[in-house]
Design a protein. Structure first.
Length: 65
């Protein structure tokens, strides 16, 4: 699944979340979040956890196009 780095970073900034705080909310390690954002891909279950940590539907963090 392709994830949008810019959407994730924008949502984090809007909510004032650090990667560490997002890690606690999503149950994904800080290092894994950094890798996912840098790589731009993850499996659907991880994307769901990341979206839940941000409080948005998965569609909000998926890269379009």
């Amino acid at each position: 699944m392709t994830i949008s780095e810019s959407k994730i970073n924008l949502l984090r900034a809007e909510q004032g979340l650090t990667v560490s705080e997002l890690s606690k909310r999503s149950g994904i390690s800080r290092q894994n979040i950094s890798t996912i954002v840098r790589r731009g891909t993850c499996n659907p279950l991880t994307a769901a956890k990341l979206a839940a940590g941000l409080g948005v539907p998965v569609a909000e963090i998926i890269k379009e196009g």
